[in-house]
Design a protein around this ligand. Structure first.
Ligand code: FE2
Ligand code: FE2
Length: 237
C-alpha cells in the first residue's frame, strides 16, 4: 500500500497578516450581505405565501441573526465586512429574485432563495468550518444547521407542486446559476487566502443543488444537465 504526498499541505493562513485580513473582509462581506438578502427574501416570501407567513418570517429572522453573528466573527478579528463589493456581486441574483417576485413566479423565488442561496451557504460554511478560527467555528456550525432547515422548506414546497412548477424551476436555474457562480468566481482568490478551496466549494455546491433538484422531482440525469451547463460556463480563475 502506497501513500502519495505529491502536494505539500498549504501553510495555514495567519489571521493577523494583512493579506488574510483583507481577504477575510471581502469574504465576510459576501457572507453578511448574503445573509441580509436572505432575510429580505424570506420576508418577501412571507407575503407571497401567506399560509406559511409566520414560518417564513421565522426563517427570515434566523437570517438576520446569522448576519449579526458573522459581523461578530469579523469584529473578533478586528475586521469589518466589505459590504460595497458584496452588494455589487449579489446585485444580479437579487434583481432576478425581484423580477420573479413582481411577476408572481413563486417557483423562481423559492429556487433562488431556498435552493440556490441555501445550497451556496451550506457549501460555503462547510468549506469554511475546518479553517475557521476558534471564535467563528461554533457559530458557523450552528448556522449550518439552520441553513439546512431553510433548504428543506423550499424543497418540500416545490416537491408538492413539481408537475406544475418543473418548467419554471428549470428556467430559473439556467438564469440564476451562472450569476451565482460568478459571485464565487469573484472571491476565489480571497477564499484561497483564508485557507478555503474554491473548487471544492463549487463541487459541493453542485452536489447539494443536484440533490435538491432530485428531491423535488427531477431525474438524476436532468439535474446533472441543468447544473453542468451553468458550471461549464463559469470557470474558476
Ligand atoms: Fe443564513
Ligand atoms: Fe438560510
Amino acid at each position: 500500500m502506497t501513500h502519495r504526498h505529491s502536494v505539500a499541505p498549504a501553510p495555514s493562513p495567519d489571521p493577523s497578516s494583512p493579506t488574510y485580513r483583507e481577504a477575510y473582509s471581502r469574504i465576510n462581506g459576501v457572507v453578511v450581505v448574503g445573509e441580509g438578502l436572505a432575510d429580505r427574501h424570506f420576508r418577501r416570501l412571507a407575503r407571497a405565501i401567506p399560509e406559511d407567513g409566520a414560518e417564513l418570517l421565522r426563517l427570515g429572522a434566523m437570517e438576520g441573526r446569522h448576519a449579526r453573528d458573522f459581523i461578530g466573527c469579523g469584529a473578533n478579528l478586528g475586521v469589518r465586512p466589505d459590504a460595497a463589493l458584496a452588494k455589487r456581486l449579489f446585485a444580479p441574483l437579487h434583481a432576478l429574485f425581484q423580477v420573479c417576485d413582481r411577476t408572481g413566479d413563486l417557483a423562481g423565488c423559492l429556487v433562488i432563495q431556498c435552493l440556490i442561496v441555501e445550497c451556496f451557504a451550506v457549501a460555503a460554511y462547510r468549506a469554511y468550518l475546518p479553517v475557521a478560527d476558534p471564535y467563528a467555528q461554533p457559530i458557523t456550525a450552528a448556522v449550518l444547521a439552520d441553513e439546512a432547515e431553510h433548504r428543506n422548506y423550499g424543497e418540500q414546497w416545490l416537491q408538492g407542486r413539481f408537475a406544475e412548477m418543473a418548467a419554471a424551476v428549470a428556467a430559473i436555474c439556467r438564469r440564476a446559476l451562472p450569476v451565482t457562480l460568478q459571485i464565487l468566481q469573484a472571491v476565489a482568490p480571497d477564499m484561497r487566502a483564508i485557507g478555503m478551496d474554491p473548487a471544492d466549494l463549487v463541487g459541493s455546491f453542485c452536489e447539494l443543488f443536484e440533490q435538491s433538484l432530485v428531491t423535488i422531482g427531477f431525474s438524476g440525469a436532468e439535474a446533472r444537465r441543468l447544473v453542468f451547463r451553468s458550471v461549464a460556463a463559469v470557470p474558476l480563475g
